[in-house]
Design a protein around this ligand. Structure first.
Ligand code: XLS
Ligand code: CA
Ligand code: CA
Length: 437
């Protein structure tokens, strides 16, 4: 298996002093950090859509990237070759997982039946490659946003026939994800939102979105698929106001419709920043609500402000992300999927390796830094001291609901002005900088 990336051998860990760009300097799969191997901490995954199907098209220009696996007499042959190229890439890079949308891996046919049969054929091929290589599926999903039928949404479409088509597509996507032993399934509502109040019945659309997810849960149980369901927040792009805006909006939606035990979150870094949050804010919000399931790693460009899906390199970001994950005891079913794409001017196949190696090394550094912060303990100690009042008998009484406004008024009258204490943000920042390597 060495057809599509002939210049690259298996990527090895060579340590921080290596000058070889096709080697890991920090990601050492078997190295243990805080009792767990790096591979188990990250459960790194490569996404099919950007890495193999993203060919550099943008609103101003056509594709700039030509891949050898696309040279084929038919779209199905190209799909087969792409799958082979993908598994060659996963193996050489040394990741354990991959992710896909149904329409990334097999071309849409002229009927739903034909699309399903295309998918079955490619899935059989993928299953064989999974068993040959030991690489596993982190999650599958359905593309419910590219075809014109979904221009006004999939499950939130004004037309129930479109709802039916989307249901049929998700039914099949669940079946093939199950067939491939997927550890999860993602719902990202690309066009589930609205542009204007004028033509939109928001109440019905939200109800339909929830109904659709309930049906998916029922079908999951019916076929015995044990993978975790995730909902992936994103505020905008392509829809102006998406119903799954951010983690808080998703939580409110799930609670409102009784779905909170059936889905967790797949948090994407660039979606957090588009929502006006930091990546670590969204992760921490999810963690404290026990909703953190999986991560789509990437970064935006602060100068551009749209969904640029660049590979993550910011060590502050990766450190704080790993700190949240470590505090939450890490991934269970989820993993760290690179939902990131090379720039359209990076049209050499080797660029795909540089991109992923850079991302994996950045997260490996983030993990080492986060472990250092935890071992060092100074930040945790300071936070403990900052909230120590809540551990006192008085603080406990409030937390345990033992006293109310009357008693609190009495306390305030007796004790006078509370001390005004520094939040010491600069000290924390200095300690963070001490850890960054
Ligand atoms: C798009 C989303 C999408 C989901 C899967 O912005 O990131 O790729 O991860 O449909
Ligand atoms: Ca994503
Ligand atoms: Ca994105």
């Amino acid at each position: 298996m060495s057809a599509y990336f002939p210049d690259v051998n298996k990527i090895k860990f060579e340590g921080p002093d290596s000058s070889n760009p096709l080697a890991f300097k920090h990601y050492d799969a078997k190295k243990k950090i805080l009792g767990k191997t790096m591979a188990d901490h990250f459960r790194f995954s490569v996404c099919y859509w950007h890495t193999f199907k993203g060919l550099g098209r943008d609103p101003f220009g056509v594709e700039t990237i030509a891949r050898a696996y696309d040279h084929a007499p038919s779209p199905m042959k190209a799909a087969e070759q792409t799958m082979e190229a993908a598994f060659e890439f996963f193996t050489k890079l040394g990741v354990d997982f991959w992710c896909f949308h149904d329409r990334d891996i097999a071309p849409e046919g002229s009927t739903l039946r034909e699309s399903n049969s295309n998918l079955d054929q490619i899935v059989a091929h993928a299953k064989q490659l999974q068993s040959d290589t030991g690489i596993k599926l982190l999650w599958g999903t359905a593309c419910l946003f590219a075809h014109p039928r979904y221009m006004s949404g999939a499950s939130t479409n004004p037309n129930p026939e479109v709802f039916a088509h989307a249901a049929a597509q998700v039914k099949k996507a669940l079946e093939v994800t199950h067939e491939l032993g997927g550890a999860g399934y993602v719902f990202w509502g690309g066009r589930e939102g609205y542009e204007t109040l004028l033509n939109t019945n928001m109440e019905r659309e939200l109800d339909h979105l929830a109904q659709f997810l309930h049906m998916a849960v029922d079908y999951k149980n019916e076929i015995g698929f044990k993978g975790q369901f995730y909902i992936e927040p994103k505020p905008c792009e392509p829809t102006k106001h998406q119903y799954d805006f951010d983690a808080a909006a998703c939580l409110a939606f799930l609670l409102n419709y009784g779905l909170e035990n059936d889905l967790k979150f797949n948090i994407e870094a660039n979606h957090a920043t588009l929502a006006g949050h930091t990546f670590h804010h969204e992760l921490e919000f999810s963690r404290v609500h026990d909703m953190l399931g999986s991560v789509d790693a990437n970064r935006g460009d602060p100068m551009l402000g749209w969904d640029t899906d660049q590979f993550p390199l910011d060590l502050y970001d990766t450190t704080l992300c790993m700190l949240t994950l470590l505090r939450g005891d890490g991934f269970k079913t989820g993993g760290l999927n690179f939902d990131a794409k090379v720039r359209r001017q990076s049209n050499d196949p080797n660029d795909l390796f540089y991109a992923h190696i850079g991302g994996m090394d950045s997260f490996a550094r983030g993990l080492k830094n986060a472990a250092k912060i935890i071992r060092d303990g100074r930040i945790d100690k300071l936070v403990g001291e900052r909230y120590a009042g809540w551990d006192s008998a008085f603080g406990k009484k409030i937390e345990n609901g033992k006293i109310g406004f009357r008693e609190l008024e009495q306390y305030a009258l007796e004790h006078g002005e509370p001390a005004i204490v520094s939040g010491q943000q600069e000290l924390y920042e200095l300690l963070l900088n001490d850890a960054i390597e």
